[in-house]
Design a protein around this ligand. Structure first.
Ligand SMILES: Cc1cc2nc3c(=O)[nH]c(=O)nc-3n(C[C@H](O)[C@H](O)[C@H](O)COP(=O)(O)OP(=O)(O)OC[C@H]3O[C@@H](n4cnc5c(N)ncnc54)[C@H](O)[C@@H]3O)c2cc1C
Ligand code: FES
Ligand code: FES
Length: 471
């Protein structure tokens, strides 16, 4: 049984200073704390994770497990989640003279009104220490007045650096272990267990507790709606949830593995997963967001479920008495409703690497249609997998969709119709009317029901055309 000797302080390192926070709300965001403590260099734009004005750098793990600075949106991180961490804000980087990324922005004229600038600076700062600064470094930062060309030039000026300064030294000495946290203020409790058994015990003791992983969904409740959570259990320190394991046939991804690690460490294994991750949010969000959180939130417009459905992914779910495995398709029960029972945690996602027996070729791709390229919510997301035999006939078909129903879904009737058919434009034209009527999507401010129905069918045709173009 986990003992509950509560601390009433949270400790963190901010710009090199160790800070002790007493009696703060663990669901106050880091940005709110920075503003309240008069560290106003970090700006609030949207409060939603969309603009990057609030970007700070935290010391975390790169995909290889080594210490690195990661750009994150401080508007989404609850204070509980940064306990024991090192944070660098824009106030902490100049050190008597401009930091090289600041100097580059001055040189190229990368700032006009300056409101977005601290966020851009911190995104550039984080990647400066990887030696790889490019457009993607600032994909999660918006600027309304300077225009992006001077900012891109600044990025080009500081790429390929091999810094040797106090910050690179700090990385060498960084402690990456997330210690256990058991914190309470007057009204709220925050736990960060380090073992799965502890997390499950806590869930049993506190059935009403809210699990939090990267907080890129829940952080919106805290930031935008100022919601407090009586009991939060963070799973980002749980070691069993942190690994990606590969065998010849299978890939198992721990539920708390952040998306930036998946996109890097599994690159090339599942092409339609690669493609979707490319369009998933932006750097700051992918540094924190987890695969388990994307499934656990059960959003009908979550982008990974359509891909994982197309790959017949399975979930391993644990409670105190053991684990069970279910196909992902059985997990989503209704709008934001899942098969998770009280006291259960998603532990991992398993995907087979094998293609169907008798198949000579697998075709796979995914598509995300939003109002803008990066950092936007899907209107419709689609992911397809087709296995072909040596006669070019379809012997396995998976068509996963998001944004067209109350849950992520597969077009199962159409999949069945495709089996045995030749992989030709005639077959595609034959199933397109079926696809248009496969779902009854809603009309909302992002797109009409009719538009979504057209996308369901037309994206499959696009898939065919693209695959034929490649063969
Ligand atoms: C600016 C912005 C852009 C975004 N863009 C996209 C996008 O392009 N595509 C997209 O799909 N989403 C997007 N999101 C939503 C969000 O980033 C994802 O859903 C993300 O994967 C959530 O992961 P997380 O670890 O942050 O979840 P959290 O916010 O920590 O948790 C989300 C939910 O899942 C539950 N949960 C978490 N882990 C587990 C677990 N192991 N077992 C059981 N339940 C669990 C939590 O209790 C909570 O209810 C965006 C969000 C923001 C703020
Ligand atoms: S304030 Fe816009 S991303 Fe945080
Ligand atoms: S400089 Fe004004 S918003 Fe970017």
């Amino acid at each position: 049984m986990m003992t509950q000797a509560f601390e009433n302080r949270l400790f963190l390192t901010l710009n090199g200073d160790r800070i002790s926070l007493k009696n703060v709300s663990p669901s106050m965001t880091l940005l709110q704390y920075l503003q309240q403590s008069r560290r106003t260099g970090t700006k609030e734009g949207c409060g939603d994770g969309d603009c990057g004005a609030c970007t700070v750098a935290i010391v975390g793990r790169d995909p290889a497990g080594n210490p690195t600075y990661q750009a994150v949106n401080s508007c989404l991180i609850p204070l509980g989640a940064i306990a024991g961490r090192e944070i660098v804000t824009v106030e902490g980087i100049a050190n008597g003279k401009l930091h090289p990324v600041q100097a580059a922005m001055v040189e190229t004229g990368g700032s006009q009104c300056g409101y977005c600038t601290p966020g851009f600076i911190m995104s550039l700062f984080a990647d400066y220490y990887t030696g790889n600064v490019d457009d993607y470094s600032v994909e999660g930062n918006l600027c309304r007045c300077t225009g992006y060309i001077p900012i891109r030039r600044a990025a080009q000026l500081v790429t390929n650096a091999q810094p040797s300064d106090q910050f690179s030294e700090q990385l060498k000495q960084a402690n990456l272990v997330l210690n256990s946290v058991t914190y309470r203020n007057d009204e709220q409790q925050f736990y960060r267990p380090t073992q799965l058994s502890e997390a499950l015990e806590l869930l049993q003791q506190h059935p009403d507790a809210t699990l939090v992983a990267g907080a890129t969904d829940l952080g919106l409740e805290m930031s935008h709606y100022r919601q407090t959570f009586p009991i939060l259990i963070s799973i980002e320190g749980v070691t069993e949830l942190q690994h990606i394991e590969q065998t010849i046939d299978l890939v198992t991804i721990g539920a708390a593995v952040p998306l930036h690690t998946i996109e890097s460490n599994l690159h090339g294994v599942f092409p339609n997963l690669d493609e979707m991750l490319h369009w998933f949010a932006a750097r700051q969000v992918r540094n924190r967001a987890t695969i388990g959180g994307n499934i656990g939130t059960a959003s009908p417009i979550g982008d990974l479920p359509p891909v994982l459905l197309s790959l017949d992914a399975e979930l391993t779910i644990a409670n105190l008495t053991g684990t069970r495995t279910i196909p992902l398709i059985d997990f989503f029960k209704g709008y934001r409703q899942t098969d998770l029972k009280l006291g259960e945690i998603i532990v991992s996602v398993t995907i087979s690497k094998s293609i169907s027996e008798n198949a000579v070729q697998r075709l796979a791709q995914s598509y995300k249609i939003g109002k803008r390229g990066t950092d936007d919510i899907s209107i419709v997301a689609a992911a397809f997998v087709i296995d072909l035999d040596s006669d070019n006939n379809i012997i396995h078909a998976r068509l996963g969709y998001g944004g067209v129903a109350a849950t992520p879904v597969r077009a199962i009737a159409v999949e069945n119709t495709l089996i045995g058919q030749p992989w030709t434009m005639a077959t595609i034209q034959q199933v397109k009317p079926l696809l248009r009527e496969a779902f009854t999507p809603l009309t909302d401010l992002r797109g009409s029901a009719d538009y979504r129905k057209l996308l369901v069918a037309n994206l499959f045709e696009k898939f065919f055309v693209e695959m034929e173009g490649e063969s």
